[in-house]
Write a protein that binds this ligand. Sequence first.
Ligand SMILES: [Fe+2]
Ligand SMILES: [Fe+2]
Length: 188
Amino acid sequence: MNTTPEVMECLDDPIDLLQTCHEKATHFVSLLEKLQRYLRGVACPDDPAVETALQLMRYFDRAAPDHHADEERDLFPILGATLSATTDLQALMRNLSDQHRDLESLFAEIRPWLVGIVNGDVPATPAAQISAFTSLYRAHIQIEEAFVLPVARLHLQEMDRIALARAMALRRRFDQALAIENRMEPHS
Ligand SMILES: [Fe+2]
Ligand SMILES: [Fe+2]
């Protein structure tokens, strides 16, 4: 199996990769708003709209949950153990984990709209959910970049970085393997 550039990135500096994930998430959050504006008053989506809807589903179905898992299953526990984290940081990390569930639930409410677009319709726009999702995502990233990533950069030891990098690379390799397996399944 070939190793994707994203898997290789994990092996360099995992904190840099988390930062890159935030840049990608910010890009896709803006793309979601752009698609909403593009389809205003449109009855039938064109090819670029369909392609954008597909890209958004690919990102928020797989890459975004991987990033949430990187933080919840690996970064936050490593930080908690390394710093015997202050109660403030522990509470913040618990709150950020809860926000991951909120973001995933909001996306689940937006997803049928994207599926409809891919199928050639423009269903009623879930405007309230899109607005809540994009606001929460931006605020969430801002908090992590202000309070979590700087602490990680400062305090994670080499061994912690290696453990984090390995976990992130393994998660993406597993996803790659799963995607290949799904493509190989016979169509009924
Ligand atoms: Fe997060
Ligand atoms: Fe994050």
